[in-house]
Design a protein around this ligand. Structure first.
Ligand code: HPA
Length: 271
């Protein structure tokens, strides 16, 4: 699933080696339909050996190689979630692909629920660190050379990228929260008791992606940045049930700010 066939298929179609890969989470999917993306080279997941079509309704998964804010990037629309029943090697296959292509950095974006009561729905949060509660690790199995067997996870989310994100947010007049993302499988949302427990563990937000990708991206030697769109307060914080609809609506409402932040991040991407 780290397959050389996938790498060869993409290399045969990709116009360049991107500086940065951007995984578009809920709320950012529209970037894959931006004018820059339309002028770029789109590769459908169905053209990549081993990549199934996404099960979540909406756009088909694809990679778009394009010039974006003056930089060469690859936009990833659609990702493989563990809750869909995909094996972990497929969940992280795009990260292996980027690493092998020679991409130097990845920006992982997602929708998440806020645990920190000081945060609000619709706000953006830069990841400072994560807690892996997937109950597994994407590096289990034969070591994927030349990555190290026991990679350091001291600074998964690049401090220079974090500082840059904060500077971008300041320039845009946006509030950018910072915090710890706790990742778990889903697809059920958490119970209020779980959320109380996760707060004790030090989590600020909770979601169902990103952590496996960040681990593999680091093992591939890529720099990582992460941004969550806080689409709802986590279960039990407010006296109401959680709905996927609410999450989507908050994501849509934040999309403009999210896109502005990502554009500024790419424009001034530090060396
Ligand atoms: N929990 C888990 N994943 C999520 C949530 C949540 O509250 N909101 C968006 N993704």
């Amino acid at each position: 699933m780290t397959s050389t066939e996938a790498l060869q298929a993409v290399q045969a179609r990709a116009p360049f080696v991107p500086e940065l890969a951007i995984v578009l989470g809920s709320g950012l999917g529209a970037l894959a339909d931006s004018p820059e993306a339309k002028a770029g080279r789109s590769i459908s997941f169905t053209e990549i050996p081993g990549y199934p079509a996404p099960t979540v309704a909406g756009h088909g998964g694809r990679l778009v190689f394009c010039e974006f804010e003056g930089r060469k990037v690859v936009l990833q629309a659609g990702r493989f979630h563990f809750y869909e029943g995909h094996p972990m090697p497929l969940v992280v296959a795009p990260m292996r692909l980027y690493g092998r292509l020679g991409v130097k950095a990845v920006l992982l974006t997602n929708a998440a629920g806020a645990l920190n009561a000081g945060f609000g729905v619709g706000e953006l949060m830069a990841l400072t660190d994560h807690i892996n509660l997937f109950g597994t690790n994407p590096l289990i199995g034969p070591n994927v050379e030349p990555g190290t067997r026991f990679p350091d996870m001291t600074a998964v989310y690049d401090p220079v990228f974090r500082a840059h994100l904060q500077a971008c947010a300041r320039q845009l007049g946006q509030t950018l929260r910072e915090g710890v993302y706790l990742g778990l499988t889903g697809p059920s949302y958490e119970t209020p008791a779980e959320i109380r427990a996760f707060r004790v563990l030090g989590a600020d937000a909770v979601g169902m992606s990103t952590v496996p990708e960040a681990i593999v991206a680091r093992q591939e030697g890529m720099r990582v940045a992460g941004i969550s769109c806080l689409c709802n307060m986590a279960a039990g914080i407010l006296p109401q049930a959680l709905t996927h609809k609410e999450v989507l609506e908050a994501g849509a409402a934040a999309a403009g700010r999210f896109e502005a932040l990502v554009r500024a991040f790419v424009r001034g991407l530090p060396e």
